[in-house]
Design a protein around this ligand. Structure first.
Ligand code: IYR
Length: 223
């Protein structure tokens, strides 16, 4: 390791038993997260959203350029504009733009072009990936591993929101260039997803299909 400006770093020295216990307990907790498509209009404090974005903003990322921007929307007018534009794209998607194979893959989820949650949920977090900008956000400096960095940040964001007892939905209208205009973001930022946040509507359900997770033996190999 080359010499670099440095500060000390250490972590609590847990026993093996404590590590196993903590990892398993966290797994059991995060297993309860589901993609929710039925939101109540009840509010969630802004401080929860702020903390979750700060949690996402600690994600490991390329050269510490932190190539993300979170546009947070609670305005009913802007939510309506996003819903209208998203539904227009989705109507084209479901009416023929998507391949039959894709629509078949989606059928157990029961999704369709109607996206009422974009208006009902109290918060929409539109996540942008900054292709350029560096840590100073100068719009010029090259950024690195942008998709990977923003993907990890989104994972940490929704994990924090789950910990705070919030329902989340990662929504990806396609194409989603309209989000850049609605949110007033620069051309070098690419919209990645809308994270819908709120409380599940009373009587909300999730598709059985989504509950089945691949077992460890299938998703891991040990070499
Ligand atoms: N964006 C569409 C379609 C869709 C695609 C995938 I892949 C999903 O996992 C879920 C939905 C929609 O939101 O309906």
């Amino acid at each position: 390791m080359k010499e670099h400006d440095a500060i000390p770093y250490s972590l609590p020295d847990l026993t093996d038993e404590e590590r196993i216990e903590r990892a398993s307990a966290f797994r059991d907790k995060i297993k309860q997260r589901r993609t929710c498509r039925y939101f109540s209009d009840e509010t969630i404090p802004r401080e929860v959203i702020e903390a979750a974005i700060e949690a996402g903003g600690t994600a490991p990322n390329g050269a510490n350029h932190q190539p993300w921007h979170f546009a947070v929307i609670s305005s009913p007018e802007i939510k309506r504009a996003i819903r209208e534009a998203a539904e227009e794209e989705e109507r084209a998607f479901y009416a023929g733009k998507a391949s039959d194979e894709w629509l078949e893959a989606l059928s157990p989820l029961g999704t369709d072009p109607d996206k009422p949650f974009l208006e009902t949920a109290p918060w929409l977090i539109v996540v942008f990936a900054q292709r350029k900008g560096g840590i100073e956000e100068d719009g010029k400096t090259q950024n690195y591993y942008v998709n990977e960095s923003v993907g990890i940040a989104c994972g940490m964001l929704i994990t924090c929101l789950h910990e705070a007892g919030c329902a989340t939905l990662t929504h990806t209208p396609s194409p989603m260039g309209f989000l850049r205009n609605i949110c007033g973001r620069p051309e070098y930022e690419k919209p990645m997803m809308i994270v819908v946040v709120g409380k599940p509507e009373e009587g909300a359900t999730v598709p059985t299909h989504a509950v089945r997770k691949k077992p460890l033996e299938q998703i891991a190999s040990w070499l």
